[in-house]
Ligand binder design. Structure first.
Ligand SMILES: Cc1cc2nc3c(=O)[nH]c(=O)nc-3n(C[C@H](O)[C@H](O)[C@H](O)COP(=O)(O)OP(=O)(O)OC[C@H]3O[C@@H](n4cnc5c(N)ncnc54)[C@H](O)[C@@H]3O)c2cc1C
Length: 459
């Protein structure tokens, strides 16, 4: 008899887990209280990138004269949102059809563990369906983090969910949080001409990125007209009456007024109401505790994705889903976080994988840095976009490439090659033997790696 796997949550963790389970011969059921695709498809990765692509295209059209193209640029924000909604709908429909093809059952409702092998599903019409399972996977994701001193009104004071449903471009917007989402939204509205203030409490934006890249992004946002405030801790966020705008104050007494305030201050794992205490599953406000096989402390109960509080990224959630399900189906599988890519879809784009220069220095590692600038790349010139660079870190002793960090055109796409290099532990010698197509932006990766070899020989 086929194994029964019940998955609570249909985001990129849950739906990928369900498909893998079905591929391996399990009977898979997904319980979803809202929309299949979760945050990623409905309120995260896909809608933001769709809007950003449109905004970048608009900005590109303002600057095509040097390419000999005379385009008149204007935009309608409501149409951009309409297109974004259509893209989301198509992607959700794609998951539904994949589920159909794999005979995956979907139960619409809120799932809760009744015991370690039974999930109760509270449906919209008040019924409770009981689903028994050989294994349960918790994939409930995360929610926007809103500090208790801020009252969200969902009209002017918004999270990343509500801001995606605005039907007009804000005249002005204050964005609290200079991490990935905050920067992407600052870029989106900056490109479209809103007056944007980006407020970060640390001394730099995107602090998890390479220091040089973080500094360059800050400069690029400033060039777009975004006011970037660092070391600014928000004390209050209020709605102004009767104007209906927002007023923010910082601990040092600065005041920022804007039509809208977007809170992009991080996310918290969705651990409430899933029956974790009831079954005795170990968790904290940081997420459900799991091992590298994605097992919780309770036999046959697994957890994946944002709810585990590891790395809050869609591709991590999906990989964790595959690992969990393979273990359920008897295939020994573990999660490896050593070469997880991260990227920011700003203008210029950022992509990074592996160790960063500041981390290597802090650990006293002996690394050689290689760098290649897009201004020496033929394809970047053909595209009319020569901003940025590729930076690589090589271990002097082994010659292995330990990290690749890119700022520049199509950095997010270039990253896949870098991930392969770092994940497979390729040495400089091996990268040297790879022939890249010409003219392409990807040539910069090999060039940067070779630049670190030059240092090894001559430095
Ligand atoms: C603005 C924004 C942009 C982002 N951009 C990117 C990006 O470009 N790349 C990237 O990798 N990541 C991005 N992320 C992060 C990414 O969206 C998440 O890491 C990813 O969605 C996590 O997947 P998940 O399956 O763990 O959870 P989620 O996608 O949050 O899915 C969880 C699902 O579970 C459902 N659920 C919760 N509780 C229950 C319950 N009790 N019963 C039934 N259903 C339940 C929810 O309705 C939801 O559909 C972005 C996030 C945001 C907010």
């Amino acid at each position: 008899m086929a194994k029964k796997v019940v998955i609570i949550g249909g985001g990129p963790g849950g739906y990928v887990a369900a498909i893998r389970a079905a591929q391996l011969g399990a009977e898979a059921t997904v319980v979803e209280k809202d929309a299949l695709g979760g945050t990623c498809l409905n309120w995260g990765c896909v809608p933001t990138k769709t809007l950003l692509h449109a905004a970048r295209l608009y900005r590109l059209f303002q600057n095509t004269r040097k390419l000999g193209v005379y385009a008149t640029g204007s935009f309608r924000f409501d149409k951009m949102v309409e297109n974004k909604n259509a893209v989301v709908k198509t992607n959700v429909a794609g998951i539904e059809s994949l589920f159909k093809r794999h005979n995956i059952k979907t139960l619409k409702g809120t799932g809760r563990l009744l015991d370690q092998s039974t999930v109760g599903v509270q449906t919209g019409d008040g019924n409770l369906i009981r689903e028994t399972a050989d294994a349960v996977v918790i994939a409930t994701g995360s929610e926007p983090l809103v500090p208790s001193m801020i009252r969200l009104d969902k009209d002017r004071i918004l999270t990343t969910n509500e801001v995606l449903d605005l039907d007009h471009r804000p005249g002005s917007i204050a964005i609290v949080g200079g991490s990935v989402s905050g920067c992407e939204f600052a870029c989106l509205f900056g490109l479209l001409g809103s007056t944007v203030t980006l407020i970060e409490m640390l001394d730099c934006i995107v602090p998890t990125e390479d220091t040089e890249i973080s500094r360059r992004l800050q400069g690029a946002l400033k060039n777009l007209g975004v006011r970037v405030m660092t070391k600014a801790v928000i004390k209050t966020v209020e709605k102004e009456y009767p104007e209906g705008s927002t007023r923010l104050t910082t601990e040092s007494g600065d005041q920022i007024k804007a039509d809208y305030c977007l809170l992009a201050m991080g996310r918290k794992p969705d651990v409430e109401g899933v029956g974790l205490e009831h079954v005795g599953i170990e968790f904290s406000s940081k997420g459900i505790t799991v091992n590298e096989r994605m097992e919780t402390n309770i036999r046959n109960v697994y957890a994946i994705g944002d709810v585990t509080g590891k790395l809050l990224l869609a591709h991590v959630a999906s990989q964790q889903g595959i690992v969990a399900v393979e273990n359920i189906m008897g295939i020994d599988s573990t999660m490896d976080y050593s070469a997880v890519p991260s990227f920011i879809y700003t203008d210029p784009e950022i992509g990074s994988v592996g160790i960063k220069e500041q981390e290597a220095r802090a650990m006293g590692m002996d690394v050689l840095i290689g760098k290649a600038m897009f201004k020496t790349n033929a394809m970047a010139h053909a595209l009319g976009n020569t901003t940025g660079f590729v930076k690589t870190l090589m271990d002097r002793e082994t010659g292995r490439v330990l990290g690749v960090h890119i700022l520049g055109p199509h950095a997010t796409d270039l990253l896949s090659e870098a991930v392969t290099i770092v994940k497979t532990g390729m040495t400089v010698k091996e990268v040297k033997g790879v022939v890249h197509p010409h003219p392409t932006l990807s040539e910069t990766i090999k060039e940067a790696v070779l630049a670190s070899v030059d240092q090894a020989i001559y430095g």
